[in-house]
Design a protein. Sequence first.
Length: 61
Amino acid sequence: MTFYKFEDARERGQMLAKLKVLYEMFGLLPDDAELTDYLPLMLEFIDAGDWYMDERSGESI
């Protein structure tokens, strides 16, 4: 997903790292073989995460 905005720029790597921290903060441990901007992983986070009213939801990204 981030490739379309950043292509191969350094900012893409930073965004991928932020996504990883966000997933881990809410208990989702992505497989190391997948990039953190993989659409099915992002959808799994939205579906499985219990973060809607969590006070930490605005802290990252």
